[in-house]
Design a binder for this molecule. Structure first.
Ligand SMILES: Cc1cc2nc3c(=O)[nH]c(=O)nc-3n(C[C@H](O)[C@H](O)[C@H](O)COP(=O)(O)OP(=O)(O)OC[C@H]3O[C@@H](n4cnc5c(N)ncnc54)[C@H](O)[C@@H]3O)c2cc1C
Length: 335
């Protein structure tokens, strides 16, 4: 059922088998499996996630490469709800481990917000990450290209940069190293640091040895038309010709609601998992971009399948087997 501020009251006393934080690629996959295992689950999705920003899904088996992330999310949400999952538009602010259950506090509504608390036996953290972008006065100018011809994921879109003039935008010296990987796809790389990095002489030399120009000035503006980049203008007026680019400035992790929970092992901001997407807390699963591993739709979807299946196994194994009572004979048959 689709939940909203109007019908929340119907569910606040429900003990869900699992609450899924994040209704993107991984969370929806988990919810579809949970619902089809006959488990009660609630997906909580804040909106405007990374998958909705994905303008096209290039590398998913069987899907048209122009498939938009938003189409998958819309259809996947309907699928999950049709199979019996609950779905709520809201922001998970806090999760408290109560021993056998989790209390999940959600902010619902931007204005006149309410803060219902839902309870579940298991939690699936599917809240993902968001890529950092260079900050310009006119952010719309960045959004016009980011996710289109100015990419944020090399694995996803390196192929689409093949042999084009490209900028690599990095926010730390370590992030500049992506130049030496992007060069698999194109050698025509110009590195921009947007005034954020003190580049060492060693790195300058390495870039020079590869023939990659480095500009340390701030970016003033991206040029182009219809989301197709043609170049980048720097604050000192320098114009750099580029029809594509990669932003490699790190990510914001949507994991604040997990920070108070004991027993979770982190690798930086990523959760460490083992087996079927299980974290080091036996009732919390972490899937997709939030967990340590590859940030890809195929991985998030598979993680969702694994987490839901392990939760089903745990609940099934702890339950009484269903018997065909009419056929169960008296104990006396077996002597
Ligand atoms: C521009 C772009 C292009 C891409 N292209 C490709 C591609 O071609 N192929 C590919 O495999 N991958 C691609 N990716 C990567 C892909 O989008 C991610 O790997 C994938 O979406 C990860 O799935 P996820 O479920 O972990 O996270 P997401 O799909 O990001 O879902 C997480 C959800 O959690 C929600 N959320 C976060 N915090 C909270 C909270 N506190 N409460 C409630 N909800 C919350 C977010 O709104 C979000 O919808 C691309 C990404 C971008 C940005």
């Amino acid at each position: 059922m689709k939940l909203s501020s109007k019908n929340l009251g119907d569910r606040v006393d429900t003990l869900y088998d699992a609450i899924v934080v994040g209704g993107g690629m991984g969370g929806l996959s988990a919810a579809i499996y949970l619902a089809r295992y006959g488990l009660k689950c609630l997906i909580i999705e804040k909106g405007r996630g990374r998958s909705v920003w994905m303008q096209d899904l290039r590398n998913y088996v069987g899907l048209d490469p122009d498939t938009r992330g938003s189409a998958i999310v819309n259809h996947g949400t309907k699928q999950a709800v049709d199979w019996g999952a609950d779905h709520l538009r809201g922001f998970v602010e806090e999760v408290t481990d109560e021993g056998d259950t989790f209390a999940v506090k959600v902010k619902v509504g931007r204005k006149n917000s309410t803060y219902p608390v839902f309870r579940s036996k298991y939690l699936i953290a599917a809240s993902g990450v968001m890529d950092k972008l260079p900050q310009l006065d006119d952010m719309q100018n960045v959004y016009d290209y980011a996710g289109y011809t100015l990419h944020v994921c090399m694995i996803c879109d390196g192929f689409d940069m093949w042999d084009q003039k490209a900028v690599l935008i990095a926010g730390t010296e370590g992030q500049i190293n992506a130049a030496f990987v992007v060069n698999w796809f194109t050698p025509y790389i110009t590195v921009l640091t947007h005034g954020l990095v003190e580049v060492s002489n060693e790195m300058k030399q390495k870039l020079a040895d590869h023939g990659y120009p480095l500009y340390e000035q701030k970016i003033a503006k991206f040029h182009g038309e219809n989301h197709k980049m043609s170049g980048v203008e720097l604050e000192d007026g320098t114009m750099i010709e580029a029809t594509t680019g990669l932003v490699n400035m790190g990510s914001t992790y949507y994991n604040d609601y997990l920070k108070g929970i004991e027993g979770l092992e982190w690798d930086g901001e990523n959760l460490v998992t083992q087996g079927l997407a299980q974290t080091t807390h036996d009732r919390i699963f972490a899937i997709g971009d939030l967990k340590k591993g590859l940030n890809q739709v195929s991985i998030a979807v598979a993680d969702g399948t694994m987490a839901a299946t392990q939760i089903w196994r745990n609940i099934r194994r702890a339950s009484e087997p269903r018997k065909w009572e009419a056929n169960v004979k008296q104990k006396a048959i077996v002597n």
